[in-house]
Design a protein around this ligand. Structure first.
Ligand SMILES: [Fe+2]
Length: 164
C-alpha cells in the first residue's frame, strides 16, 4: 500500500482527507478545462472543415463534440462533491487548461492533427490524475477518470485513422 493510500477513507484524519480531496479536485479542474477546450476545438472543426472528405469529417466531429459536451457535467459535479467550486467563466477554464485554444483556419490534415495531439495530451493528463486518485483511495474519481481515458483513446484512434 502506498503512503497516500486510503487518505480518503473514513479512518484517515480529516485534514489528510481534505488535502487529498483538494489535490484530486485540482487535477479534475485541469481535466475539465482541457475537455472544454477540446470540445470547442472539435465543434469548431465541425463547423469549418472543408474539402473532399467534408461530410464524413463533419459527422465524425459532431459525434465527438457531443460526447465531450456531455462529459463536462459529471467532471464539474465531481469537483463539487470533493468540496471545491466548479469553474464559472471561460477565463477560468482557459487559465486551468493545459491545451491551447485553436487559432482557427488550417487545412483538414492540420485540424485533424491538432485534435489528435490534443486528445493524446488529455490522455496523458488523465493517466496522471487517475493515478493520483487511486493512490488516495478515491475510487469514484479514479473510475471516472479511467472511463474518460477509454473514450479519448477511441476518439484519438478515429482521428489518427482519418489522417492516413
Ligand atoms: Fe452541426
Amino acid at each position: 500500500m502506498s503512503k497516500t493510500a486510503n487518505k480518503l477513507s473514513s479512518k484517515a484524519p480529516a485534514k489528510k482527507r481534505d488535502a487529498a480531496s483538494a489535490d484530486i479536485a485540482a487535477a479534475l479542474h485541469g481535466i475539465l478545462a482541457d475537455t472544454f477546450v477540446l470540445y470547442m476545438k472539435t465543434h469548431g472543426a465541425h463547423w469549418n472543415i472543408e474539402g473532399p472528405n467534408f461530410h464524413s469529417l463533419h459527422l465524425l466531429f459532431e459525434g465527438q463534440y457531443n460526447e465531450l459536451w456531455l462529459a463536462l457535467d459529471p467532471l464539474a459535479e465531481r469537483i463539487r462533491a470533493l468540496g471545491d467550486y466548479a469553474p464559472h467563466s471561460f477565463a477560468e477554464i482557459l487559465k486551468r487548461a493545459a491545451l491551447k485554444e485553436c487559432k482557427g483556419g488550417g487545412k483538414p490534415a492540420e485540424m485533424l492533427d491538432d485534435l489528435l495531439k490534443s486528445q493524446e495530451s488529455l490522455v496523458a493528463n488523465l493517466h496522471k490524475a487517475a493515478r493520483l486518485a487511486q493512490e488516495a483511495g478515491d475510487e469514484v474519481s479514479a473510475g471516472m477518470l479511467l472511463a474518460r481515458i477509454e473514450v479519448h483513446d477511441k476518439q484519438a484512434w478515429m482521428l489518427r485513422a482519418s489522417l492516413k
